[in-house]
Design a protein around this ligand. Structure first.
Ligand code: SAH
Ligand code: SF4
Ligand code: F3S
Length: 468
């Protein structure tokens, strides 16, 4: 290892802010990917990097990638092509740029990324990014470092706490990863391979992180995991605790006004968690519960291990304790072998349940997953047609849900200034964006807002409650 490294130089330079090196971390994936990006930014800050506004003024560029669908991966390679040019340009100006590819594509493709794009200095997977500082040092001596291990050590305990200023910059709503990985092996999905086996963080570590966030101004926490309701972290006595008691403990942290969680698997919606929706004031009446398909045959082939009726049963039980709950879901159209009648069954399920918002995707064959090898791959035009039909129905339901909110009073947590002077924007309990006239001092507060109108993607409201 060289005596003096860029990082050492960074540390020395840190007190003089203008000459400090800058890091740019860009997220391409899900909420966990966003959380990981923030934690990598924290690691970079610990090494003396300040946040860069964009890649052009960054000495360290981290792309945190996703592998869930083919398009997600292709996007990264085209982005890397552009960054190679930027790196060369900066190099001609005598500035060094370190290029890191992190995340699920890094895990899936490892050294292949270096072969396809030699300008990359470091490839690091989602379970080893806490080693980023060491990897940067290694890459300085010898670019082209790959770390896609699933180390035994606890990544989270090795991450530095986010600086209060960074937390404040990120806003009043924050993600906290509580569970990671997946053992379910749905036949279409790469996550069990890219994120590894399911594991839960201990309760005390999660609560300390939430307390720290709350002290730095966070008011809403979203507990996240690939299968967050499979959470079974240890309490102080080492006994496993489910998601419901964790939510209750998080709700008791001073300053925390609102909690939500994602993403849930229908099979892990236990009685205690369902009851929590009726019991816990701070838990938002919003549930993202992916179903993927409305056909039992397709669900079985997907290895989802539940039937349509089981899903509806979960929905009924949640609605029984929380009648106003807003539901959202994920759907895949054009899964191998999906017939037109099976697709129609998905539309029927959507009509039966009624969703406030949802995501629909065309099936994308992922290398190494069982579904990619199945007979009956569906043609692209058929997938496109089904996606269009499903999205139209989901959009109709979303708009109907929003229209039904007009005239109601909703508790809005204000998050940031709006586009116009004197306007602030927040979220309803159903996660809709709500605009209102109001002072910036109300950001971070929950106010009662009368919904007076609609825009394409948001609600317009009038604050009716006095400042708390
Ligand atoms: N753990 C969550 C979802 C993780 S991935 C769950 O079990 O529901 C997020 C969404 O991406 C999935 O719900 C699914 O709808 C979609 N998805 C995953 N793999 C896909 C693939 N190969 N093609 C298309 N969509 C996919
Ligand atoms: Fe993927 Fe299924 Fe695991 Fe969700 S439950 S992450 S869809 S394998
Ligand atoms: Fe993508 Fe990995 Fe998340 S594949 S969806 S970034 S878990």
């Amino acid at each position: 290892m060289p005596e003096t490294t860029v990082l050492d130089a960074a540390r020395r330079a840190a007190p003089n802010e203008s000459s400090a090196p800058r890091a740019f971390v860009k997220s391409f994936g899900c909420q966990m990917n966003v959380y990981d990006s923030q934690r990598m930014a924290d690691l970079a800050a610990g090494e003396g990097y300040r946040e860069a506004a964009g890649p052009e003024d960054a000495d360290l560029i981290v792309l945190n990638t996703c592998h869930i669908r083919e398009r997600a991966s292709e996007k990264i390679y085209s982005e890397l092509g552009k960054l190679r040019e930027l790196k060369e340009e900066r190099s001609r100006a005598g500035r060094r740029t370190t290029l890191v590819v992190a995340g699920c594509l890094a895990q899936a493709e490892g050294g292949e990324i270096l072969r396809r794009q030699p300008a990359v200095d470091v490839v690091v997977g989602p379970q080893s990014y806490h080693r980023l500082p060491e990897l940067l040092r290694e890459a300085e001596a010898r670019p082209g470092v790959v770390d896609t291990d699933f180390p035994a050590e606890d990544k989270f305990s090795r991450l530095p706490a986010s600086a209060p200023e960074a937390v404040a910059r990120r806003g009043v709503a924050a993600f906290v990863t509580v569970q990671e990985g997946c053992d379910k092996f749905c036949s279409f999905c790469v996550v069990p391979y890219t994120r590894g086996a399911e594991s839960s963080r201990p309760v005390s570590a999660i609560l300390s992180e939430i307390e720290h966030l709350a002290r730095s101004g966070v008011r809403e926490i979203m507990l996240i995991g690939q299968n967050v309701n499979a959470y079974h972290g240890a309490d102080r006595q080492g006994r496993p605790v489910g998601l419901a008691p964790l939510i209750a403990a998080a709700a008791a942290v001073p300053g925390i006004l609102r909690l939500r969680y994602a993403t849930s698997h229908p099979n892990d919606m236990d009685d205690e968690l369902i009851a929590a929706h009726g019991r816990l004031e701070a838990l938002t009446p919003y549930l993202h519960l992916p179903v993927q398909s409305g056909s039992d045959r397709v669900l079985a082939s997907m290895n989802r291990r539940h039937r349509v009726a089981d899903y509806i049963n979960v929905v009924d039980r949640v609605r029984a304790v929380r009648p106003d709950i807003a539901l959202s879901s994920d759907f895949i159209v054009g899964y191998p072998g999906e017939t037109d009648a099976e697709f129609q069954a998905t539309l029927d399920l959507v009509r039966e349940v009624g969703f406030a918002s949802s995501y629909a995707f065309k099936y994308s064959a992922r290398p190494g997953t069982p579904a990619a090898e199945m007979a009956g791959q569906v043609d692209e035009p058929v997938k496109a047609e089904r996606l269009g039909a499903l999205q139209a129905l989901l959009e109709e339901q979303r708009q109907a849900f929003n229209r039904a909110c007009v005239g109601r009073r909703l508790a809005v947590l204000f998050e940031k200034p709006g586009r116009h002077e004197g306007q602030i924007i927040g979220r309803s309990p159903y996660m809709q964006a709500v605009f209102a006239e109001g002072p910036a001092s109300r950001i971070g507060e929950i106010a009662e807002v009368e919904i007076v109108g609609l825009s394409a993607n948001s609600l317009r409201g009038r604050i009716v409650s006095p400042t708390s």
